[in-house]
Structure formats: structure tokens, C-alpha cells
Design a protein around this ligand. Structure first.
Ligand code: TMP
Length: 214
């Protein structure tokens, strides 16, 4: 059998600021490397040169006047480029894709956070992504104030990080609702646990997931 015909799996990593996504993404890639599973780590907004320019526009603090609809379309514009240039070719070649945020973040931030309609986001999701959906989503959850406290330690907050706690509360609750509504795809992980406990949960979930895909 020719392995190049086996499509890779698409894993997205979600959660509000300060849940420790970057550390856990490194852990996931190392885990997959040990199993000999080819993988790439990427992120949204961003992931390609053009999408990274859109990311810069979105995060730039002085761009206060970006309206919610423009923000939503910029997210999906960067996503369209990311899918076409990176995600789809990688999956088609058999590589797994580990993406730091994907469309669940749009429901959480532009939907719940900014108050844009879920229906509109769903329509854009269908239009832009076609059949592309994560096969597995790890949602890291933490009490909003704890997450923000951790994120603030990094300093130099971007345009999103300057939002008030209610904005992130709405995003967090949207993530919890998504996890509840899609239990097969979404696995909720308590990010307030020790790093050892978090990584042991990730390992268990990935072992099950890999077994289900191979
Ligand atoms: P990051 O801090 O995880 O790199 O993400 C940058 C910000 O972008 C973060 O505050 C969440 C936000 N975001 C959205 O608002 N909508 C989206 O669709 C995505 C992917 C990210």
C-alpha cells in the first residue's frame, strides 16, 4: 500500500488566553514524532506569509477602528489562504496538521465576544472551508481571571488582549458550549491542573485518537 494516499488528520487547539496552548502544541508534535507520524504545527490567525500580514493588522493595537464585520472577514480571509497554501496540501500529502486555533475561535471571539451572528459565521465556514473541519479539537479551559493573569505576565498586550474580562468570559463560555455540543470531536482539558497532569491527559487522548485513525 502507498502511504502517500492516506490523508493526514487535522487537530485544532483552542482556549482563551493564558491556557498554555504553545507548550502543549510542542508536546503534541513531539508525541507524534515519536510515533513516526509526520506533522506540522501552524496557527491562526496566520500560518502563511499573507495570513501573517493579516494577523499583524488584526493584533496591532493602533487598529482600534477595525469593525466586528471587518474583523470576521479578515479572520476568514487569512483562513482561506491558510487552507489553500498549507492545511489542505499538508493533509493531502499525509501529514498531520496541528493548528493553534481554528474556526471555533471565530465562534468564541467574533460570535460570542463581539456579538456577531452564529448563522453568519456558519455560512462563512461552509463557503471558505468546504469540507475542511478539524478531526479532533482540544479545548483548554481555565477560569477567565486565571487565564488573563497568566497571559498578562507576557506583557505588551495585543488588540485582543486589551479587551475586558467579560469579552473573554463570553469566549470561554462559547468554547464550553462547543465542547458540550460536539463531544466526539472536542475534548475539554482543565488547564488549571499541573503541566504533568495536563500532558498526561493529552497523551491519553492522543493515544485513543491515533488508534482510531490507524
Ligand atoms: P493567539 O494569541 O492564540 O495567537 O491568537 C491571537 C488572537 O486572535 C486571540 O486573541 C484570539 C483571536 N482570534 C479570533 O478572534 N478569531 C479567530 O478566528 C482566531 C483564529 C483567533
Amino acid at each position: 500500500m502507498n502511504d502517500s494516499h492516506i490523508r493526514g488528520s487535522f487537530i485544532s487547539i483552542e482556549g482563551i488566553e493564558g491556557v498554555g496552548k504553545s507548550t502543549n502544541i510542542r508536546f503534541i508534535c513531539e508525541f507524534l514524532n515519536r510515533l513516526g507520524i509526520a506533522n506540522i504545527a501552524t496557527r491562526e490567525p496566520g500560518g502563511t506569509p499573507i495570513s501573517e500580514k493579516i494577523r499583524d493588522l488584526l493584533l496591532e493595537v493602533s487598529n482600534k477602528s477595525i469593525c466586528p464585520m471587518a474583523e470576521l472577514l479578515m479572520m476568514f480571509s487569512g483562513r482561506a489562504q491558510h487552507i489553500c497554501e498549507i492545511i489542505e496540501p499538508a493533509l493531502a500529502s499525509g501529514s498531520w496538521v496541528i493548528c493553534d486555533r481554528f474556526t471555533d475561535a471565530t465562534y468564541a471571539y467574533q460570535g460570542a465576544g463581539r456579538g456577531l451572528s452564529v448563522d453568519l459565521i456558519q455560512q462563512l465556514e461552509i463557503l471558505v472551508q468546504g469540507a475542511i473541519r478539524p478531526d479532533l479539537t482540544l479545548i483548554f479551559d481555565i477560569q477567565t481571571n486565571l487565564g488573563l493573569e497568566r497571559a498578562n505576565q507576557r506583557g505588551n498586550p495585543d488588540r485582543f488582549e486589551r479587551e475586558d474580562i467579560e469579552f473573554f468570559d463570553r469566549a470561554r463560555h462559547c468554547y464550553l458550549t462547543i465542547a458540550d455540543a460536539s463531544p466526539d470531536r472536542c475534548k475539554l482539558i482543565d488547564a488549571s491542573q499541573s503541566i504533568g497532569q495536563v500532558q498526561s491527559e493529552i497523551r491519553d487522548l492522543l493515544e485513543q485518537f491515533v488508534a482510531s485513525r490507524t
